[in-house]
Design a binder for this molecule. Structure first.
Ligand SMILES: Cc1ncc(C[n+]2csc(CCOP(=O)(O)OP(=O)(O)O)c2C)c(N)n1
Length: 375
């Protein structure tokens, strides 16, 4: 089914019980919690499982590389694979994705090579892939700016009658930023074909949700803007995929934006430079580990005979291959030209920027002369 919301109707408060299609034990949820959404087919579930296993291996590999000092910083998405991959896999190739720094595994799901993902984490380039080729914006670090970009792109697509929807990822902390409210409001007023995937991983660095929002739940915020909101079990990839796919379909059909809150948990630290033991309880982390999104789907696939030993072997091989390529890519030395940072800033060069570039070029030449470089 598609989300049942017609223009002119007033959306009502979402159900506080998260939409769940496969429960913690790996059983198909057979009660009202499924919200009537389409249960994904066997091939879709197997593909989601494969993507999550490969992405987890990649995520663990990159965290290891930061510990070895071979990568400066990495915000892990361990434990959030269902939100990241379920929502991204629901996009069509022509749609646009607007990710944040946390959403590296969403980029993998979009088919972007890790070699092209790392330049931004190494500080080499703001974005190492071609956004137009992958219909994926650069990962935003300023919180919530990507939500506005997603609404702008969606509105442009609508005005041009393009069959395109956009998906913006947000965190619970980002939901307190002014940009989020401007994005929600504009999207609803203009009925922009946008889906906001709000990953409620319970912390904004060290700030818990209770200090961030006094709302009953973040999905409720949709109603104030006049758009439907859904709370989804963010560790159930089947539910995230089904709800986001339905919302994207409705957006493309002219039904306007949707807010989806995925209830999940950040298992790793905020980034490798943070110590989460200072602000959260180990017992909570242990509890959330028992709700692991990959194990849950694996139990379901094994119990229904959809996953065999051959599948597991080929998935493990793919994961190891990606981990090896990631190690090679991060270990490769790159030679950078500092003057390249002035490229692609403006379409036409501006006098002030030319002055700055000339200044830096002169400085570099002076320092080369002093050190004997290029002699
Ligand atoms: C406008 C802005 N203010 C502050 C920061 C610093 N900052 C970086 S990450 C972060 C927490 C974000 O938390 P959340 O939105 O929940 O996303 P998560 O990191 O949990 O995925 C903050 C405050 C920033 N990047 N941008």
């Amino acid at each position: 089914m598609s989300v049942d919301f017609r223009r002119g109707d007033l959306p009502t408060l979402p159900d506080s019980a998260p939409v769940t299609l496969i429960d913690d034990e790996g059983h198909r949820a057979a009660d009202a919690r499924d919200g009537g959404f389409d249960f994904p087919g066997a091939d879709e579930l197997k593909s989601l499982y494969r993507k999550m296993v490969v992405a987890r291996r990649f995520d663990v590999q990159v965290t290891t590389l930061t510990r070895q000092g071979r990568m400066a910083t990495y915000p892990s998405a361990l434990g959030q694979e269902a939100c990241e991959i379920g929502a991204t896999a629901a996009l069509r190739a022509a749609d646009w994705l607007f990710p944040t720094y946390r959403d590296t595994i969403a980029l993998l799901t979009r088919g972007i090579d890790p070699v092209d993902i790392f330049p931004s984490f190494r500080g080499d380039w703001h974005c190492g892939y071609d956004p137009s080729a992958h219909r994926t914006a650069p990962q935003a670090t300023p919180l919530a700016t990507q939500a506005l970009h997603a609404v702008g792109a969606a509105t442009a697509a609508k005005l041009k009658h393009d069959d395109v929807a956009t998906l913006a990822f947000l965190g619970d902390g980002a939901s307190s930023e002014g940009e989020t409210h401007e994005a929600f409001n504009f999207a609803a007023v203009w009925q922009a074909p946008t889906v906001f995937m709000l990953q409620n991983n319970q912390f904004a660095i060290s700030v818990p949700l209770a200090k961030q929002s006094h709302a009953r739940m973040l999905a409720d915020k949709a109603v104030g803007y006049g758009m439907p909101g859904y709370r989804v079990d963010g560790n159930d990839v089947a539910a995230v995929y089904a709800v986001v796919k339905s919302a994207l379909g409705r957006a493309r059909a002219g039904g306007g934006p949707t807010l989806v809150e995925g209830l999940t948990y950040r298992i790793e630290a905020h980034t490798n430079s943070d110590d989460p033991s200072r602000y959260r309880d180990d017992a909570d982390v242990a509890t959330w580990k028992t709700r692991d999104p990959i194990e849950r789907l694996e139990k379901y696939l094994l119990s229904t005979g959809l996953l065999g030993e051959d599948d597991r072997r080929s998935i493990a091989a793919e994961a190891e291959d990606l981990a090896a390529r990631t190690r090679d890519a991060v270990s490769a030395e790159t030679t950078l030209d500092p003057l390249e940072m002035f490229d692609h800033v403006y379409a036409a060069e501006r006098p002030e920027m030319r002055r700055q570039r000339d200044f830096l070029a002169a400085e570099l030449a002076r320092s080369d002369e002093a050190t004997g470089a290029n002699a």
